[in-house]
Design a protein around this ligand. Structure first.
Ligand SMILES: Cc1cc2nc3c(=O)[nH]c(=O)nc-3n(C[C@H](O)[C@H](O)[C@H](O)COP(=O)(O)OP(=O)(O)OC[C@H]3O[C@@H](n4cnc5c(N)ncnc54)[C@H](O)[C@@H]3O)c2cc1C
Length: 420
């Protein structure tokens, strides 16, 4: 499959984009309706990780759109990857919980910084959904300053590193086959003291993941507190050189910001669709509640914000696909889409009245995902800081683009390394 070409005005003016993207959208909807919808509730009730579904999603190409064919991707680009996230989240956001680990932050970091042997060994299996991915960065000290608060330490011991410490919110790490974990190798070197490692939790002792009970989030795809006690990583699994870790994670997170904005857009649309359906079905005082003007006001606000978010999210994906400076627009897209998702979830809940709080109605838990997208992969405040500092001229968001800034995962590795 080749990169889906379309121009920006086409993107913003015509929501159906182009036929390639339409085909991707249809394919995802079919997959979610035929493969996921019949079984996902069962996985949730059993609290069982849907490994077989992840493999099927990998086989269908849902994780590899932004990667080249040489590593098992489809080379369709970030717009396709974002639309995939949007439609998955719109259909069943619970099943999209592992998408970033499976198709972005974990394989992305390995593809960006790995040796050809590391890339060949790990990336195709992650994109195919054969192995389960993870990214272990955040620590209890605070996710918005990951480097400043990082205490987990990797001590070199001959041919291995021994890692001890604690990670917070390590999603899927109770299931992870292959992860990218960030730890200090030098306590006094600040950002330059952080190193990235490809970890294989099932091969070595000292990895203890304890799931966290989350309000309204998936019970089958979970996030964890992770305790590391002399956990072994062979030296050949170090990603890049010692001290490269912070640079690698900053690059690996950039695409995740846009695709998570796509997920937020999907959640906003799901809330809107539920609200419209319910407003037409529910009758009070002899008429559908959709006839009440205050309900119409909510519907109008939702529709307007979704259109604006859609334009921003696709624009950010377009910038990434075309190697244009994208830090600022990605921050704007993520901020707007996650705010829209929150607003739509809130309004949908209100339109459902008391039923909006009952677990059997999905608007009750869509709200938790909207909150999550507001926080995960860089909180709303962090996005606002980026946008405002750029506007005020304090720190230009895209100053280093093309030299040492964040790069598109789709760029050839040599360019990534040269830009390092
Ligand atoms: C369900 C879930 C799954 C996750 N999965 C993963 C994962 O797989 N791997 C991983 O590494 N991490 C993961 N995370 C972590 C996530 O990225 C962090 O929660 C996020 O970065 C915020 O960190 P924090 O929760 O420690 O909040 P903090 O960083 O402590 O922030 C607290 C508050 O302070 C605000 N704040 C911070 N700095 C500033 C500032 N300079 N000015 C103004 N306000 C500020 C924030 O916006 C926030 O409102 C996950 C989180 C959740 C909830």
């Amino acid at each position: 499959m080749t990169h889906a070409v379309c121009n920006l005005s086409e993107l913003v003016m015509d929501p159906s984009l182009n036929s390639d993207i339409d085909a991707v959208r249809d394919m995802v909807n079919r997959f979610m309706q035929t493969e996921v919808a019949p079984v996902m509730d069962g996985y949730e009730q059993r609290r069982e990780f849907p490994r077989e579904l992840v493999r099927k999603a990998g086989e269908a190409g849902l994780y590899g759109a932004a990667f080249p064919e040489s590593v098992g991707g489809s080379n369709m680009g970030y717009l396709a990857a974002t639309v995939i996230q949007e439609e998955m989240a719109r259909n069943d956001v619970r099943f999209s919980a592992c998408n970033n680990q499976q198709g972005s932050t974990c394989p992305g970091a390995i593809y960006l910084a790995g040796t050809p042997e590391q890339v060949e060994k790990y990336v195709p299996n992650l994109l195919a959904g054969v192995t389960i991915g993870g990214m272990q960065l955040t620590e209890p000290g605070g996710g918005s300053d990951p480097e400043g608060n990082m205490k987990t330490f990797a001590k070199r011991d001959g041919d291995v590193y021994r890692i001890t410490g604690q990670k917070m919110w390590a999603s899927m790490s109770n299931e992870t086959d292959v992860g990218v974990l960030y730890a200090r190798t030098d306590r006094d070197a600040g950002a330059k003291g952080v190193t990235a490692f490809i970890v294989e939790p099932k091969k070595y002792a000292g990895w203890n993941a304890q799931p966290i009970e989350m309000l309204g989030l998936s019970k089958s795809m979970r996030t964890n507190v992770l305790f590391l006690d002399d956990f072994v990583v062979p030296v050949e699994n170090r990603l890049g050189a010692e001290g490269d870790g912070f640079k690698i994670v900053m690059r690996a997170l950039q695409p995740g910001r846009v695709t998570i904005a796509g997920k937020a857009l999907g959640v906003a649309r799901a809330c809107f669709e539920e609200a419209v359906r319910y407003a037409n079905e529910r009758t009070l005082r002899g008429q559908p509640i959709g006839r009440f003007q205050m309900i119409q006001s909510d519907i109008a606000e939702m529709a307007t914000a979704i259109e604006a978010s859609r334009a921003l999210v696709y624009k950010a994906a377009y910038y990434m696909d075309n190697n244009l400076p994208s830090n600022r627009i990605a921050a704007i897209a993520k901020y707007h889409a996650s705010q829209t998702a929150k607003m739509c979830a809130d309004k949908a809940q209100q339109i459902f009245g008391g039923y909006g709080l009952a677990q059997e109605y999905r608007v009750s838990w869509l709200k938790s995902y909207a909150d999550l997208f507001f926080t995960g992969e860089g909180t709303a405040n962090v996005q606002k800081i980026l946008i405002a500092e750029d506007a005020l001229g304090y720190k230009i968001a895209d100053r280093h683009h093309g030299k040492s800034g964040l790069r598109n995962v789709r760029q050839p590795q040599e360019q990534v390394a040269a830009g390092g």
